[in-house]
Design a protein around this ligand. Structure first.
Ligand SMILES: [Fe+2]
Ligand SMILES: [Fe+2]
Length: 196
């Protein structure tokens, strides 16, 4: 499939609006801008960062109640944690939309979309950029409680920022519904003790 020839940001906005995803619609351009800034500062391809950031939450257009069924239909592997908290599947569905609607074939971009919520054991710099941009420009309203210390940690680079963020995600303040196995892998890789 050829890459999407139109205005990616405009199409994403249109699709999110059509599905009444008001919060995501406001969140995505902020994440894209932050991802481009982090990418430029870190020697990561800004265009790849922008594409991944614009598409990272597109799976959210699928109603939560339909996520498991759609993933089963598409042959996407579903873990027990994802059956318990289906919203965790939105990243996998974003990958499908990136491929099928927008013709994205770059495995690096698809990987960054896939792991934007949790990271994984061996994240690339692009994975870190999209993960951190998503956390800095979160979709929970207002400024995240960790914003200033995360920014400070990022002065020492993407790895330091990711370590700080992952450490925070292991605290009760993160109020995780469940620890996805990919997040557990990331904690292990960064030497962070996972919550019991
Ligand atoms: Fe997300
Ligand atoms: Fe997001």
């Amino acid at each position: 499939m050829p890459p999407f020839a139109g205005d990616l940001a405009a199409d994403v906005d249109m699709l999110l609006a059509a599905h009444h995803r008001t919060i995501t619609r406001e969140h995505v351009p902020r994440v894209a801008a932050e991802a481009v800034t982090l990418a430029r500062r870190s020697g990561v391809d800004p265009e790849a960062a922008r594409t991944a950031a614009l598409l990272h939450d597109m799976g959210g257009i699928v109603p939560r109640a339909d996520m498991v069924g759609l993933c089963e239909t598409l042959g996407i592997c579903i873990g027990p944690e994802e059956r318990q908290v289906p919203m965790l599947l939105h990243a996998k569905l974003s990958v499908v939309l990136a491929q099928e609607r927008y013709g994205v074939s770059d495995p690096a971009v698809l990987q960054a979309i896939r792991f934007h919520t949790t990271l994984h054991a061996e994240p690339s710099p692009l994975d870190l950029v999209v993960f951190l941009a998503d956390k800095l420009e979160w979709d929970q309203g207002g400024v995240p409680p960790y914003h200033a210390p995360l920014r400070a940690a990022l002065h020492d680079g993407l790895d330091a920022g990711a370590r700080w963020m992952l450490t925070w995600m292991a605290t009760p303040a993160a109020r995780l519904l469940i620890a996805h196995p990919d997040l557990r892998s990331a904690w292990a890789a960064f030497g962070i003790t996972a919550p019991a």
